[in-house]
Ligand binder design. Structure first.
Ligand SMILES: *[C@@H]1O[C@H](CO)[C@@H](O)[C@H](O)[C@H]1NC(C)=O
Ligand SMILES: *[C@@H]1O[C@H](CO)[C@@H](O)[C@H](O)[C@H]1NC(C)=O
Ligand SMILES: *[C@@H]1O[C@H](CO)[C@@H](O)[C@H](O)[C@H]1NC(C)=O
Ligand SMILES: *[C@@H]1O[C@H](CO)[C@@H](O)[C@H](O)[C@H]1NC(C)=O
Ligand SMILES: *[C@@H]1O[C@H](CO)[C@@H](O)[C@H](O)[C@H]1NC(C)=O
Ligand SMILES: *[C@@H]1O[C@H](CO)[C@@H](O)[C@H](O)[C@H]1NC(C)=O
Length: 375
């Protein structure tokens, strides 16, 4: 049941909040990180500024080889017939991304435990990484074990664990007498994140949910209890609590910390000047060309940058927002479910991403950052 609840996310059509605003603070942060770390090889290249170009060698794998793929991401398997969306490569303006080399990846992280923590967009990323590795190295044995909210994918030959920990808010959600309370300044969840070699965090989408999709009854900050509050403000408070957890619990010589940036949705065609005002991701077959998203930056992504840039411990942002914004064609839409009979609008997923697809690029960037930082 818990699984079902978690994945019912797919069914949600968001009301896109008007969270977009012009921001000048969204300047290149990679530079900042490189300087503060002082060990980057190609700090002149911003991996996250670029555009999508057609590349015949794509996709990186055929989803049919990935026998363990979640039905909700298996668009081709669910009857999506257009294939152009599979053929795009992310090209940073100032450089080429290193080609994803699964063997080199496993050698770099040999004997290590990588934990990906967050909502179903983290599931999307984890699933992509496991499919990419399995597709390049099909001869390697692997095991997948799920216990509660934690899934562990192991390549025994390299003693590498790729762990997914489902966690929508990072901060704590407690059941109390008065109801379910989201505690913005409590993060006991963090006890489960200790002792790993690499952590990749993500949170955002569940902060927006309202009505039956909202998973809390109250928000608490200090002694104050709120029935509701500005969701972006709450999100930022939660992020600050997470950043304090990193500051007090992470030894950077033992654990490398990443934040997977905010993944955008495409429920509102007006953001990309679609010809029909009612357009959404459904029926989109090509990315937006160029390096500019007409809808502008996301306020949540700006908040993530602000909080991370304030930290003293190194956290690397995998800044997926702009490149994913350009991929209005990359969502499952009506092919997100293992059922093509009920093609109704509430089964139109413009939030997650098809696999193969956009999250493969998130992982190419993750790999590129590991290479760049000599991990
Ligand atoms: C994936 O493989 C299947 C089975 O070999 C094939 O029918 C299908 O066309 C392939 N899909 C793509 C996108 O190449
Ligand atoms: C989708 O529909 C087609 C034709 O109606 C059918 O052949 C196919 O089996 C269906 N696929 C799934 C995954 O239900
Ligand atoms: C595998 O890695 C773990 C640490 O993640 C280590 O404790 C264990 O000894 C390793 N096992 C082998 C067989 O290398
Ligand atoms: C994979 O697992 C099978 C069954 O446990 C075993 O026979 C085989 O030797 C393993 N292959 C590798 C490459 O480790
Ligand atoms: C989108 O439409 C707006 C207003 O209609 C216009 O100002 C803007 O230039 C358009 N953007 C693109 C990328 O076409
Ligand atoms: C940044 O840190 C300062 C000093 O600790 C704090 O006052 C401020 O609220 C922080 N800003 C953000 C966005 O976290």
């Amino acid at each position: 049941m818990e699984t079902r609840k978690y994945f019912s996310f797919v069914w949600l059509v968001y009301v896109i909040l008007c969270l977009y605003y012009q921001s000048t603070s969204a300047v290149v942060l990679l530079k900042h990180f490189s300087h503060s770390r002082g060990s980057s090889k190609s700090s002149s290249c911003d991996f996250f500024q670029g555009s999508w170009i057609y590349d015949d060698s794509y996709p990186l794998y055929n989803s049919s080889i990935c026998s363990f793929i979640e039905g909700q991401f298996n668009c081709q398997g669910n009857g999506r017939s257009d294939k152009l969306y599979l053929k795009y490569k992310w090209k940073p303006t100032a450089c080429e991304l290193p080609k994803f080399d699964g063997l080199d990846f496993l050698r770099r992280v040999k004997g290590k435990k990588i934990m990906i923590i967050g909502d179903s967009l983290s599931l999307n990323q984890w699933q992509s990484l496991t499919c990419m590795l399995h597709a390049t190295l099909p001869q390697l044995n692997f095991t997948i074990k799920r216990t509660g909210d934690v899934s562990n994918f192991v390549f025994q030959d390299y003693n590498v664990s790729l762990i997914l920990s489902r966690n929508a808010f990072l901060v704590d959600l407690f059941k109390e007498k008065m109801g379910r309370v989201l505690k913005l300044d409590s993060i006991q969840n963090g006890d489960a994140w200790k002792g790993f070699d690499v952590l990749i965090f993500n949170t955002w989408h569940w902060w927006l949910h309202k009505g039956s999709q909202q998973s809390w009854d109250f928000i608490q900050k200090g002694d104050q209890i709120y029935k509701d509050m500005d969701r972006l403000v709450a999100f930022k408070e939660g992020l600050k609590t997470w950043s304090n957890w990193v500051e007090s619990n992470i030894d950077p010589t033992k654990t490398k910390v990443f934040f997977q940036g905010i993944s955008p949705t495409h429920y509102n065609g007006q953001e990309w000047n679609a010809s029909k005002a009612s357009s959404n991701c459904n029926g989109e077959t090509q990315p937006i060309s160029g390096s500019m998203y007409p809808g502008g930056p996301m306020a949540a992504a700006t908040a993530v940058k602000e909080v991370i840039s304030n930290m003293s411990k190194p956290v690397t942002l995998i800044d997926i927002t702009l490149l994913s914004q350009l991929r209005k064609d990359g969502h499952p839409s009506i092919y997100g479910i293992n059922n093509n009979v009920t093609k109704t609008t509430n089964g139109n997923d413009c939030s997650h991403w098809c696999l193969a697809g956009v999250p493969d690029t998130w992982n190419q960037l993750f790999y590129a950052l590991l290479v760049d930082q000599d991990y």
